[in-house]
Design a protein around this ligand. Sequence first.
Ligand SMILES: NC(=O)c1ccc[n+]([C@@H]2O[C@H](COP(=O)([O-])OP(=O)(O)OC[C@H]3O[C@@H](n4cnc5c(N)ncnc54)[C@H](O)[C@@H]3O)[C@@H](O)[C@H]2O)c1
Length: 300
Amino acid sequence: MGKLDGRVAIVTGGGRGIGAEVAKTFAAEGAAVVVNDLGASMDGSATEGTPAEEVTEQIRKAGGKASANNCDVTSFAQTAGLVAQAVKDFGRLDIVVNVAGIIRDGMIFKMEEKQWDAVIAVHLKGTFNTSRHASVYWRENRGGEYRLIHFISGSGLWGAPAQPNYAAAKMGMVGLSNSCATALASYGVTSNCIAPVAYTRMTASLEGKSTTMDYSPGNEKLSTRNVVPPVVWLASEQSSWMTGRIIQCGNGRIGLISEPRVEREVTTPGVWDLDNAFEEMNSTFKDAVESPNPFRKAKG
Ligand SMILES: NC(=O)c1ccc[n+]([C@@H]2O[C@H](COP(=O)([O-])OP(=O)(O)OC[C@H]3O[C@@H](n4cnc5c(N)ncnc54)[C@H](O)[C@@H]3O)[C@@H](O)[C@H]2O)c1
């Protein structure tokens, strides 16, 4: 018995890296998988190879069910076809995993408009596109255990300095996921995010540079295999009690990120006087703002 027997999944960006690992594991656990990938270069400026076809072939050779799709997730029209393909090829759709991604790094003061637009388009609009089309299908076919799973990043959670576009896109996906979690609960859909870490082409440039992580192909703990278990769990019927949350995973760890909460609060019975608000905030908030954030150091 597989953990995903009889379920049908779309995995965007399923041709390489983490997406390929997710697609192959889903198939090994009994799901039929539409492997979407257009073979983008890491910055999305070119296409190369046929990774979706290769992963599909590997799944089939191993006895699993898969079909390849080459659509660009930034296209609203093409992603409608992606959802239709899952239903046409395998009779239904239960799970959408939004993994497709590119990076075009640069500090905020040097970032070009096209760097911003390209990254927002793949991560944020791409995630909207697939989620939107899948939600129409799920609303018309109630009674299932449906899943949206979105790949976000610690880059947005903690604020990587050279990735304003990527960080913003990923945190936009968190807002989108939270909105879907509340909007689609009555249709049997959960929506959660995964913030992974793994050694792939996207992190290969960090080899020998990180003080916190051993990014190297030989480090098994940073294998894409260590990202997949919580993704399979979210995709399974066992995770119906969790929605609107973020799981951080990789390097042998699986963590549940906390919900945003009001940490400290000052109040006034009427309308704030500015001096009073300054004083209350300085005295009440400052010692709460000490941050374990690896990137951020505020002055003062
Ligand atoms: N590797 C990490 O440590 C890490 C950390 C944080 C977040 N992530 C996120 O996890 C996901 C997977 O990352 P990865 O490291 O496996 O990257 P990867 O570059 O190995 O794979 C990304 C895949 O997405 C595909 N893709 C890009 N644009 C596309 C488009 N418009 N339409 C369809 N497919 C497209 C690419 O062709 C590629 O195969 C990404 O969303 C990434 O941002 C990765």
